[in-house]
Design a protein around this ligand. Structure first.
Ligand code: ATP
Ligand code: MG
Length: 357
């Protein structure tokens, strides 16, 4: 079992003329960590991976693997495996030849090639497919071959750029579980790119949210979801209600959209007000909120969306704005209808103050 390497980006940037693809990025990925880059299209995720793999050069800064500056070391000497979004198998080679390719490039001995290819194909469950051609495989099978090819030379770092993007939902979910298992078995550092936030939350030890070539927030999935650091992070991961907290003229604080008082702690720097992020699943009917401090408010149901196991509601509040909230379907026939008046609430700790940005 290979142990993963530590990967560091130190003030790494990449410009294309006036376009800043990556802007002064500082990141440290620990050995054996499953680290995910999550961000909207164009936020610099692929550019970061390509610089780490050595396919493109940074405009500035340094990239280190296990403490060694690799910025000017060629790709093939970096010992990095890579899986792309669209399989990219060699169409004229069969499965066994595809997987053997990186070993042949490294001039491995025949017996070693045979042994490692067998082991890699076994790991991805394709032991019996060695002689098939890529065009005789399903999408999921092709992507497994691509993974086998990326891990066959036992890299210390495995890069995956949206490896499941082309697969349907069911297969994606199965492959997610498989990728986690491979990682546990191989022990290498995985740097994974996705713009699917559910996938990032499911797979990762830590996530970095990227925006416009910069890290916005780094943390484990729970911290990223429960304590978003900025409005962008709150809105990018999952759904949220952004509410405005304003000082009341007399004393205390007020949530404008809800027309409801707020008795929680308010960030020190927010003399004139602050924004709060409240996830839809944290808003519930007032009688379900339990004891303890909560924000309570009245609303009128505006819209219902049925999505299988839950109902998503939009409700208009006294402050004139709408909030969204979710309820699991109980089957007891107590779902709300448009026009219903409803008393809603969320616990104080469900409201995360955001810097006003
Ligand atoms: N060769 C290039 N020439 C000019 N601009 C480029 C080039 N490659 C990337 N860019 C720009 O750099 C920015 C970052 O691109 P990158 O491919 O890293 O984004 P990404 O986060 O991987 O996006 P996606 O989720 O769509 O794959 C984008 O604005 C893109 O247009
Ligand atoms: Mg990309």
């Amino acid at each position: 079992m290979t142990r993963g390497a530590v990967v560091e980006f130190r003030n790494v940037s990449r410009h294309y003329g006036a376009v800043v693809a990556v802007a002064g990025c500082d990141l440290r990925v620990e050995a054996g960590e499953f680290f995910t880059l999550l961000g909207p299209s164009g936020s610099g995720k692929t550019t970061l991976l390509n610089m780490l793999a050595g396919f493109i050069e940074p405009s500035g800064g340094a990239i280190l693997i296990d403490g060694v500056d690799v910025t000017s070391i060629p790709t093939e000497k970096r010992n990095i495996g890579m899986v792309f979004q669209n399989y990219s198998l060699f169409p004229h080679m069969n499965v066994g030849q595809n997987v053997a390719f990186p070993l042949k490039m490294r001039r491995a001995e025949k017996a070693t090639v045979r042994k490692r290819v067998d082991a890699a194909l076994e790991l991805v469950g394709l032991g019996a497919f060695r002689d098939r051609m890529p065009n005789q495989l399903s999408g999921g099978q092709r992507q497994r071959v691509a993974i086998a090819r990326a891990i066959v030379f036992e890299p210390k770092v495995l890069l995956m750029d949206e490896p499941l993007g082309a697969l349907d939902l069911k297969l994606r979910e199965r492959m997610q579980m498989e990728i986690r298992q491979y990682r546990d078995q191989i022990g290498c550092t995985v740097i994974y790119v996705t713009h699917d936030q559910g996938e990032a939350l499911t797979l990762s030890d830590r996530i970095v949210i990227m925006n416009e070539g910069r890290p916005v927030q780094i943390g484990d999935p729970e911290a990223i979801y429960d304590r978003p650091a900025t409005r962008f992070a709150a809105e990018f991961i999952g759904e949220t209600n952004i509410l405005s907290l304003l000082p009341k003229p007399d004393a205390g604080w007020w949530i404008e959209e809800l027309g409801a008082p707020f008795a929680g702690s308010v960030p020190a720097a927010s003399g004139r007000g602050a924004l709060l992020s409240v996830r839809p699943e944290k808003i519930m009917r007032a009688d379900a909120v339990g004891a303890g401090p909560a924000v309570r408010f009245d609303a009128v149901v505006a819209e219902i969306v049925f999505s299988g196991d839950i109902h998503r509601y939009t409700a208009r509040c006294a402050g004139g704005k709408t909030v969204s909230f979710k309820e699991h379907r109980t089957g007891r026939g107590d779902a709300l209808k448009p026009g219903d008046k409803v008393a809603l609430a969320f616990r104080l700790e469900a409201a995360v103050p955001l810097p006003e940005s």
